[in-house]
Write a protein that binds this ligand. Structure first.
Ligand code: NAD
Length: 299
């Protein structure tokens, strides 16, 4: 029997009762999210957290904080939900304690692709990043609309990487990934490098940057140009929607005049050599910034 049904998406979060999962950094943003969902499964879950404030948060939720020494050797899957800048040192503490055949699961590929994670021949490494609910997801309930991040009520997909060819271990990871990010539509398997190209190159470097640029442009229209805020937001929010659905899905053709203005904007704003963000050297530059390293050293 499942411990509880998720009241928001009304289904069990499936995970075999024989599985044991350890969450390292269980009181952080992702640690809390994945723990909330693991807590809806039949699996045994260990929570570890370094900060005292975090341990107090776990206690408020009735979650018993374990030490790494107790949690890690018991786990089939160890989830590292700690900041990327400490993943290297935390993995050095955790990996030697892991069971043979267990899986070290990270939630972002930067440290794995940069070669910062401690490894062991008999320990598998995997990384799974939530895609977040698509802007094109057909939501029907208030809860689905409210769940912008995913993992609560709105369905999302996941992109993941698994090192090695142990299909049983990979299946175990997929089950855990489907549970921690539930409700999940599908898990797409790629290489660690491809996952690092998606996160950050396509997502943070491109999409998040453009999202923030839209905000900067909107603020400029309101504060510098002096157009009433209500009018700016009304016109902009609707047009962002139509721009995305036209460009990404071809829902409607852009008009001739719109295409002219788009060309003007592209010439004015985008650099000719923008595709260099996809070069391996550029990816290493961004990853070094994200991981607070001088540079990425590859052996
Ligand atoms: N925040 C997001 O939106 C998001 C989305 C997808 C993936 N991720 C990835 O999830 C991971 C965690 O990010 P976050 O934003 O949740 O971080 P966070 O800073 O919110 O939380 C990290 C937690 O780890 C704890 N911690 C630090 N060192 C520890 C240690 N040695 N042992 C046990 N606990 C320790 C901290 O006290 C904190 O509670 C990162 O790899 C990040 O890239 C984050």
């Amino acid at each position: 029997m499942s411990k509880e049904l998720n009241p928001l998406f009304g289904k069990r979060v499936e995970l075999d009762a024989s599985l044991t999962v350890a969450v390292i950094g269980a009181a952080g943003k992702m640690g809390m999210r994945v723990s909330n969902n693991l807590n809806l499964t039949d699996a045994t879950v260990f929570y570890t957290e370094a900060s005292e404030a975090g341990q107090a948060r776990l206690q408020e939720l009735g979650r018993v904080a374990s030490t790494v020494d107790d949690a890690v050797p018991a786990a089939d899957v160890v989830i590292l939900a700690v900041p990327d800048v400490v993943l290297g040192t935390v993995s050095e503490q955790v990996v030697p304690l892991m069971q043979s055949g267990a899986v070290l699961l990270t939630l972002d590929p930067a440290a794995a692709y940069a070669g910062l994670l401690a490894s062991r021949d008999d320990v598998h490494q995997a990384c799974a990043h939530p895609a977040h609910p698509s802007i094109f997801l057909e939501r029907t309930t208030v809860e689905e609309y409210a769940d912008t991040f995913g993992g609560i009520a709105a369905e999302q997909e996941v992109v993941a990487a698994f090192e090695g060819d142990d299909e049983a271990a990979k299946a175990r990871v997929e089950a855990v990934v489907r549970a921690i990010y539930a409700p999940v539509i599908d898990v797409h398997w790629v290489t660690v490098k491809q996952l690092a190209q998606l996160e950050p190159t396509l997502v943070e470097t491109t999409a998040c940057m453009i999202g923030q640029f839209l905000k900067d442009s909107m603020d400029h229209a309101i504060t510098e140009v002096g157009i009433p805020e209500g009018a700016v937001k009304a016109l902009f929010y609707g047009h962002i929607g139509i721009a995305l659905t036209n460009a990404l899905r071809g829902s409607n053709p852009f008009s001739e005049a719109c295409l002219e203005a788009m060309d003007y904007g592209r010439d004015a704003i985008i650099k000719d050599d923008w595709k260099r963000i996809w070069d391996d050297e550029d990816l290493d530059v961004v990853l070094a910034k994200m991981l607070k390293l001088e540079k990425i050293e590859r052996s």
